[in-house]
Ligand binder design. Sequence first.
Ligand SMILES: CC(C)(COP(=O)(O)OP(=O)(O)OC[C@H]1O[C@@H](n2cnc3c(N)ncnc32)[C@H](O)[C@@H]1OP(=O)(O)O)[C@@H](O)C(=O)NCCC(=O)NCCS
Length: 174
Amino acid sequence: MSETLIINFKHPLIQQADFLEQVRGIFFESSSKKDFKNLQEKNEFEWKYFGFYLGHYPEYAWVAIENDKVLGYVLGMPWTQDPTLYEIQPHLKAFENFYPEFPAHLHINCHSQSRGKGIGKILVQKCLGQMSANNICGLHIMTGPASENRLFYQKLGFNFVKELNSILFMGIRI
Ligand SMILES: CC(C)(COP(=O)(O)OP(=O)(O)OC[C@H]1O[C@@H](n2cnc3c(N)ncnc32)[C@H](O)[C@@H]1OP(=O)(O)O)[C@@H](O)C(=O)NCCC(=O)NCCS
């Protein structure tokens, strides 16, 4: 039986094979935005929700791998109030009141064929464990109010829920 490995993005193994390309593929596959006016818009979108995290906080990025296949990834961000992130994600400002309690956030996506098998849960728990070890008191995610994934977060204990500007904010104390 093959083993699922959870590897940090700074691990040299990530530079091998085509792991980064696979992770990138999962990012675009999972995204609800499919149409881009041009390459520049596509690149900006990628930087905003993917490249920024790998570029600035690679130590908080984890990848699930099995038999050289990437099953999913989580991008953790310990400090949402990073001014450089505010610049590219201005919608974050609306939730400022909640950041003292839930300062960190994450983005997670699993490959379409690897969903519902417990990989997402393992990745979120890995991220929460790391935040806890770094004395971070809480973490949040943002999703769509009608999105299916809210049930996933609810199951994992994201019990603080606020809806604002058609964005669902869900927080978990660590
Ligand atoms: C959301 C996502 C990351 C969850 O990862 P996953 O590996 O499929 O979820 P898991 O198998 O680890 O599920 C963990 C628990 O949540 C539950 N769960 C997961 N997705 C669910 C859903 N859509 N509805 C209800 N429950 C769900 C599972 O039943 C499981 O419960 P259990 O622990 O009692 O068995 C993954 O499905 C995904 O990538 N979806 C598409 C992209 C996406 O929505 N990303 C998040 C953007 S905010």
